[in-house]
Design a protein around this ligand. Sequence first.
Ligand code: GTP
Ligand code: MG
Length: 267
Amino acid sequence: MKAVREMEENLSLVDAVVYVTDSRAINSSSNPVFNELVGNKPVLYIFNKCDLVDRNDLNRWINKFKSEGKEVIPLVGTSLKADVVINALKKACLNKIQKFENKGAKISIRAMVIGIPNTGKSTIINSLIGKGKAITGNRPGVTRSQVWYSINGVDLLDTPGTLWGKFTDQSTALHLAYIGSIKDDVLDKQELSKEFIKEAREKYPELIKARYKLDDIPSNMDEALEKIAKSRGFIVKGGEYDLERTASTILDDFRSGKLGKMMLEKA
Ligand SMILES: Nc1nc2c(ncn2[C@@H]2O[C@H](COP(=O)(O)OP(=O)(O)OP(=O)(O)O)[C@@H](O)[C@H]2O)c(=O)[nH]1
Ligand SMILES: [Mg+2]
């Protein structure tokens, strides 16, 4: 895969890696290929979109990573304090910085920002540099090629989000689809939204009921989808339910956080 090959080539140029995951699905948004590629470089893990999950749930993940000796920062990529990330990177590369300072030289450290599509890599870089230079968007595959950005003694390399070839289980694939890391045009939205409601019915029934004004969520997913369509008034000519629109709405509501704070994978 081209993106992975490019990443491999540039890894030799960088001092550290910023590994951006989605707080709603930390397991599924951790690409096993990255773990191998990264090797011995210092890694700064970012739990991004932390505004979309409950803080107590996230704290368990933070503690888990910390207990494994990993450096981790929870972030809201759209609004963040740049120095938190920059200082953490400088700390991770302190040895190198000091080595050069001892010789009277000042260096920029270099870090590569990696992650699966749509986790917020370019958004974080924009917040760090303080202007909207990198193109962002709530769909996968927005960044097409690697680009360097400089901020306060740190050079950051934005990379296109990459997914590995095969998913180990279906729930990983589904979670990646829900969080918008898999292109929607290869997915059956109605099927996907039914799978989503099935999972959310178990984990966050109150949020679903509140958003769609339901007394209960039918255990039959076809019925559940129709009930939501009815409640939202999504009806097409002839009185049929507009299930495609209903499905899109449900997925958009989850992706944008309108459904409330939902963590799909708990630590
Ligand atoms: N709610 C929320 N949305 C975020 C956050 N960070 C980024 N986003 C949104 O997530 C979407 C994806 O952001 P990008 O920065 O384009 O993601 P990317 O990782 O660069 O994606 P690719 O370039 O496709 O790999 C955008 O709509 C951002 O506004 C966050 O912390 N919270
Ligand atoms: Mg991007």
